[in-house]
Design a protein around this ligand. Structure first.
Ligand SMILES: [Zn+2]
Length: 303
């Protein structure tokens, strides 16, 4: 098989492997999971533990890049890696353009090879984003330009013909959907130990990261603006059926409290009145009181 063809097969198999993993064990990935990948009987770990750029010896171009996690929950991770044009950047390894991993990235860039971007969520755990592409290299800044989807790649190549404001808007939208929202969810779930803050339900498939100040109103995708909630409680919170005071105590809307219906209403909603949500142990990961108050005032107005 020709090298280019072999490369295509390996990458498709790697993406299929990640798809499969996300079904078998939903959630964040560890190195041990990524070390399981094999192609035609050969083991080919998808991540390098020692370096951010992974180039298997069987391939000419890099197959994955990695970004370490933001340790502080209040940080807006990777915001500083986003250029004014909305595109993310990935730094060279060390400062030498001829370093082997940098050459492997350059080759992936020139050949437009699809890559996996592993983003650290907590120590040793990662969220994969794939496929992504390297649209360009900026040697003076010692970095590559990342395209998060093929449309972004196309737009980079045709930038002269496109309106910069529209470009930025598109890049922001892609970043929100493919990076910020999934990363926000994962970071909030980690902070709440994968449990609903209201009822302690532990099923990841049924858990969301609820925004305190909504995304549409400029609420940032950072942990203190989030609360892990099951879908029922997320819905109740978003529809102002329950309010959360800045002291973390819950209130149930008066008309709902007065209603009488089956056990779900009684146990899952009415019983919350006056109870406290369970917040993360780490103080910096807890809901921001000012944002909670803003939201609580809206609950009062709707009651
Ligand atoms: Zn719940």
């Amino acid at each position: 098989v020709e090298a280019a063809e072999y490369d295509t097969y390996v990458r498709s198999a790697a993406f299929a492997f990640l798809d499969q993993l996300s079904i078998q064990q939903p959630g964040l990935l560890r190195y041990e999971d990524l070390a399981q990948f094999q192609f035609q009987g050969e083991r080919m770990p998808l991540m390098d533990l020692g370096r951010g750029i992974r180039k298997p010896r069987q391939l000419e171009g890099a197959i994955s890049i990695r970004t370490v996690h933001a340790a502080r929950p209040q940080d807006r991770p990777y915001a500083d890696e986003q250029g004014l044009d909305g595109y993310f950047r990935y730094k060279w390894r060390e400062h030498n353009p001829d370093q082997a991993e940098n050459r492997a990235l350059r080759l992936a860039c020139e050949r437009r090879l699809p890559l996996i971007w592993f983003i650290g969520v907590a120590s040793g755990t990662y969220m994969p984003i794939y496929p992504v592409w390297l649209a360009d290299e900026e040697p003076f800044e010692e970095q590559f330009v990342l395209a998060l989807d093929d449309e972004e790649l196309y737009r980079w190549d045709h930038a002269e013909a496109l309106e910069p404001v529209a470009q930025r808007r598109y890049a922001d939208r892609v970043a929100r959907v493919r990076l910020h929202q999934p990363l926000f969810r994962e970071r909030v779930l980690v902070s709440y130990e994968t449990r609903c803050a209201v009822c302690h339900l532990r099923h990841r498939e049924l858990l969301d990261a609820a925004h305190i100040v909504p995304d549409s109103e400029g609420g940032e995708p950072i942990v203190p603006n989030g609360i892990a909630m099951c879908q029922l409680h997320h819905g109740a919170f978003d529809h102002l059926l329950i309010g959360i005071r800045p002291d973390y105590r819950m209130e149930v809307r008066a008309d709902l409290l007065a209603e009488s219906d089956g056990p779900t209403l009684r146990h899952a909603l009415q019983a919350l009145h006056g109870e406290k949500i369970t917040v993360p142990r780490q103080r910096a990961a807890r809901p921001d009181p000012a944002s909670l108050d803003l939201r609580y005032q809206r609950f009062l107005a709707a009651s």
